[in-house]
Design a protein around this ligand. Structure first.
Ligand SMILES: NC(=O)C1=CN([C@@H]2O[C@H](COP(=O)(O)OP(=O)(O)OC[C@H]3O[C@@H](n4cnc5c(N)ncnc54)[C@H](O)[C@@H]3O)[C@@H](O)[C@H]2O)C=CC1
Length: 486
């Protein structure tokens, strides 16, 4: 295995920093169980250093002409693309995701975000409000120091999706990656400095949940953006409220994918595969409740099983591999437990359900398909965050909508139909932040992304994210005399 040990556990003020007093973080390659790097969770001294330098760098950064800030972000995008191969390899080692995915969905998506926000930095402006003589103008100001906290599944992409709009608005960011995937954000921090960002503007502190918790309540912090589970979101949202801090919460889901009887079955099967087995099922927006019209359910399931059987499970660094291991053994154990729950609840196991033969080492698990699933089963109600698909059948449009919405989550939803009116009609009634018609899981940075209900608050990407990384100052300008009562 390549040497991926970073020069320090944290990247602060333009340089690697180490403090071995922090608890050890073992970075494990999910395909073999090998420890590939050893880091240390941030100590209070490291956290203080990161926040102090971010506070200083933010002032310098916000004072630059926006066009210059945009140029730095676009340079970051260029470097990410130039180094895509090396960054993708590192992401694969960090997460266990197949290289065929990381080459197209991680640093490249991060680069898209940096390019997008680099391009609009200079057009983040206020407005002028005429009052018939007097007028008001508004200034869109940065919030200050933002904290980003990431999940393990898309470490590079999450760090870019959070930092690009934050920095475009003139903020600094201290980013804490998931303790399970600590490597990639450090590379992004190096690249920011190389591209000309002031030292301290984007710092990375690695650590466990307690480090995240310490960041969220620190008086130097003005905003917190979390990508994580609902239970963590609830804690972080509450802790941020103590200091009336701004928040963005990108949380979990149990999203519906509805396949109507008039759908193109081959496309719907492709979408169901992407919505459940990409990244070995570790995607927040996955369409894990696949509602299929009863008339086509049998044909759909048969084709789905036939195609899923051809998936190549293997070494994630092999370009032929479609399905790699899960991020940790603990996460896999949780998924295997859900598979047992599904069986005991009476769902029919159509495919998979265990550890693939010949893959006893590493955190491998088979892509798993259940049919005959009902809404009350736990495998249909709870987020599993692994490659487990539940097929449910329905007979009317109204029924499909009602059942799709009967969840506390509201991250995403998909509809497959060849009836254009039905597609729009159904999507209009679905309680989800992101919907697809005849597609699934594509998240271009030009489109806002985020959840409703328990799946989150705020939006990432697009111009919408700017609202969540800036605040408006109103300035009243009087051209007339001041009237007073006496
Ligand atoms: N909506 C979205 O955009 C996405 C949501 N997710 C969700 O993330 C979850 C999986 O990721 P996990 O890493 O297991 O989530 P998690 O909630 O366990 O951890 C997320 C991050 O929060 C940190 N953390 C834990 N406790 C904390 C605390 N008290 N204060 C501050 N930070 C704390 C962790 O160290 C980690 O960096 C799933 O539920 C998934 O749906 C994942 C990717 C995208």
């Amino acid at each position: 295995m390549k040497d991926v040990q970073p020069k320090g556990s944290h990247f602060i003020d333009g340089a690697y920093v180490e403090d071995t007093a922090g608890r050890v973080i073992n970075c494990v390659y999910a395909a073999t169980g090998e420890v590939v790097a050893k880091l240390h969770s941030a100590t209070p001294a490291v956290i203080a250093q990161a926040l102090d330098s971010a506070k200083r760098a933010q002032k310098e950064w916000a004072a630059l002409p926006p066009v210059e800030r945009g140029r730095v972000l676009r340079r970051v995008a260029d470097i990410l693309r130039e180094r895509n191969e090396a960054l993708s390899e590192l992401e694969t080692i960090d997460t266990g995701k197949p290289i065929q995915e990381t080459l197209v969905a991680d640093a490249t998506s991060g680069a898209d975000a940096l390019e997008y926000y680099g391009g609009i930095t200079a057009s983040i402006t206020g407005e002028s409000v005429p009052l018939g003589g007097d007028f008001v103008y508004t200034i869109r100001e940065p919030l200050g120091v933002c904290v980003g906290i990431g999940a393990w599944n898309y470490p590079t992409q999450i760090a870019c999706w959070k930092s690009a709009p934050a920095l475009a608005c003139g903020n600094a960011m201290v980013f804490k990656p998931s303790e399970m995937t600590p490597l990639c954000a450090l590379k992004l921090a190096e690249i920011y400095v190389e591209a000309g960002a002031p030292a301290g503007l984007f710092n990375v502190v690695n650590g466990y949940g307690d480090v995240g918790a310490a960041l969220v309540t620190d008086s130097r912090v003005d905003k917190v953006s979390l990508t994580g589970s609902v239970p963590t979101g609830r804690k972080v949202y509450a802790a941020a409220a103590e200091g009336i801090r701004h928040v963005t919460m990108e949380l979990g889901g149990k999203s519906p994918l509805i396949v109507f009887e008039d759908a193109d079955i081959e496309n719907a099967v492709s979408a169901a595969i992407n919505a459940n087995f990409y990244s070995t099922g570790q995607i927040c927006s996955n369409g894990t409740r696949v509602f299929v019209h009863a008339d086509i359910a049998e044909a759909f399931a048969a084709r789905l099983v036939e195609r899923t059987k051809t998936a190549v499970i293997g070494d994630p660094l092999d370009p032929e591999t479609n399905i790699g291991p899960m991020v940790t053994d603990t996460q896999r154990a949780k998924v295997l437990e859900y598979i047992e729950i599904g069986k005991s609840e009476g769902a029919k196991l159509l495919l998979g359900g265990g550890i693939p033969a010949g893959f006893e080492t590493g955190n491998y698990i088979e892509p798993t398909i259940f049919s005959g699933v009902t809404d009350d089963m736990r495998i249909a109600a709870e987020e599993i965050f692994g490659p487990v698909m539940a097929i449910l059948t329905f007979t009317s449009e109204e029924e499909a909508i009602t059942r799709a919405n009967a969840t506390e989550f509201g991250l995403a939803a998909g509809v497959f139909t060849n009836d254009i009116k039905r597609g729009h009609r159904v999507v209009a009634q679905l309680e989800a932040g992101t919907c697809w018609i005849n597609q699934y899981n594509l998240t271009p940075v030009e489109a806002p992304f985020g959840g409703v209900k328990m799946s989150g608050v705020g939006r990432e990407n697009a111009r919408a994210a700017l609202e969540h990384y800036s605040q408006i100052k109103s300035v009243y300008v009087a051209l007339s005399d001041v009237e007073s009562a006496f």
